[in-house]
Design a protein around this ligand. Structure first.
Ligand SMILES: [Zn+2]
Ligand SMILES: [Zn+2]
Length: 225
C-alpha cells in the first residue's frame, strides 16, 4: 500500500511544500447533485485557491511514518471530552513526543478531510487504540516509535490530527466539550471561546464540507481499516 511513486517529495525537508500534481487532481471534486438534476447551483464547490496548493508533511518521531496533507485544514480546536483525555493519556504514556493532552486536559487537533490525506511512508506501521473493542472511534499511533498521529471517527469524513504533528499548524479557534472538563479545571487565559459541547458553527463547518464532498466518507489512502 505504501505509495512511493512520488518519491521525490519524500526526500524534501519537512514542512509546507508545493507539489502541484496532487492539488491538480483534486480540482474536479464532486459537486452537489440536486434531486432535479441541477448541479451545484445552491452550493458551489470552491475551486482550489492558490494558497491552498500546498502540502503539509506529518511524521512520527523516528521518521518511518509520513502522511501528506493537501490544501487547507477545516479548523483547529481544543477538545476537552472525556474520551480524548483518557485515550490521550494512554497514548502519551508511551509516546516519544510532547504530550497531546495539555496541562488543563485539552487535546489540540486539526481537522482535515480524509481524501486530502495520504500515507506516503510506513503504511505497515499503523496501530489503533480504541477505548472499547469495536468502537467506531480509534486513535492512530505508530508501531515504530509510538507517536500518536490522529484521531479517527471511522464513519466520518475527517481526521483529527494531533496539532503538534503538523508543521506551521493553524492556531486553535475554540475549546469544545467543556462539559466533560472538571469544574475546577485551570484554563490558560488565552481568550479562546469555550463551548460546553460542539457549537453550531463547528457542526455547520462539518456539514457544509461534507455536502461539498457529495456526502462521501472516504478513507485515508495508505492507512489500514
Ligand atoms: Zn516512528
Ligand atoms: Zn474529544
Amino acid at each position: 500500500m505504501t505509495n512511493r511513486a512520488s518519491g521525490s517529495t519524500l526526500d524534501q525537508p519537512l514542512g509546507m511544500q508545493n507539489i502541484e500534481p496532487i492539488a491538480e487532481t483534486r480540482v474536479d471534486s464532486p459537486r452537489l447533485e440536486l434531486s432535479d438534476g441541477r448541479r451545484g447551483e445552491i452550493m458551489q464547490v470552491p475551486r482550489w485557491r492558490e494558497e491552498d496548493r500546498s502540502v503539509a508533511t506529518i511524521t512520527c518521531a523516528c521518521g518511518a511514518v509520513s502522511i501528506e496533507a493537501v490544501g487547507a485544514p477545516l479548523m483547529c480546536v481544543i477538545c476537552n471530552c472525556e474520551s480524548c483525555r483518557t485515550a490521550g493519556r494512554e497514548l502519551d504514556s508511551r509516546s516519544p513526543v510532547a504530550p497531546i493532552v495539555d496541562a488543563s486536559g485539552g487535546t489540540a487537533v486539526v481537522l482535515w478531510r480524509k481524501d486530502q490525506l495520504k500515507c506516503v511512508r510506513g503504511s505497515d506501521k499503523w496501530a489503533a487504540h480504541r477505548l472499547s473493542p469495536g468502537s467506531p472511534s480509534r486513535r492512530m499511533f505508530t508501531s515504530c516509535c509510538g507517536t500518536p498521529i490522529f484521531g479517527d471517527f471511522t464513519k466520518g469524513f475527517w481526521a483529527s490530527i494531533y496539532r503538534d504533528r503538523i508543521p506551521d499548524a493553524p492556531k486553535p479557534s475554540m475549546r469544545v466539550m467543556m462539559s466533560d472538563a472538571p469544574d475546577d479545571v485551570a484554563l490558560p487565559d488565552d481568550g479562546l471561546p469555550r463551548f460546553r459541547n460542539r457549537p453550531g458553527k463547528f457542526l455547520l463547518k462539518l456539514l457544509t464540507t461534507w455536502a461539498s464532498m457529495g456526502f462521501r466518507t472516504p478513507k485515508i489512502a495508505g492507512v489500514p481499516d
